[in-house]
Design a protein around this ligand. Structure first.
Ligand code: NI
Length: 169
């Protein structure tokens, strides 16, 4: 099932999500739906709050569905280590058509649980490191625009307000 994606302005995107405590068939179904939703939107990551579900859960596939091996579901993820810094253009399915150079760690180690509740640790570089940060941020109610300068952020917010007023958001 493809969910509609919640856009900036909805409260669920700006509050901390609740931990996942039940690892059952419903969780597996939700993750499958999140992958489907993410691929339909041509995204490389999607967090549960982006479909209106305030749970600490996200899916990532930096190949956008090209390589089944790179499908990652992170349940209750936490960033446990970071190294370096790199600025690159970043966007978000909840802020369609807005991209901005965003500084993130170059290497990121994340600890999470899988669909069965098993804990695992994984290191990512480049786009994967960026996705770990971006999606974990979502679970803490943080959007990538929080990492931009106030000037840049306010400019994006102003444009969104205009789109909202015009009924185009
Ligand atoms: Ni996002």
């Amino acid at each position: 099932m493809i969910y509609p994606i919640v856009k900036y302005g909805q409260k669920v995107l700006e509050i901390s999500a609740e931990p996942v405590t039940v690892f059952d068939g419903d969780l597996a179904k939700l993750v499958a739906d999140m992958f489907e939703t993410m691929y339909a939107a041509s995204g490389v990551g999607l967090a549960a709050p982006q479909i209106g579900i305030g749970k600490r859960l996200c899916v990532i596939d930096i190949t956008s569905g090209q390589d089944p091996q790179s499908k990652l579901a992170l349940v209750n993820p936490i960033i446990v280590g970071t190294e370096g810094k790199v600025a690159q253009d970043e966007g978000c399915l909840s802020l369609p058509d807005f991209r901005a150079s965003t500084t993130r760690p170059a290497r990121v180690t994340v600890r999470a649980q899988d669909l069965h509740g098993e804990e695992f640790t994984m290191m990512g570089e480049g786009l994967l490191a960026r996705a770990f940060c971006h999606e974990t941020d979502h679970l803490n109610g943080t959007l990538f625009i929080q990492h931009l300068s106030r000037l840049k952020r306010d400019s994006i917010k102003r444009k969104i307000k205009r789109l909202m007023k015009a009924g185009e958001w």
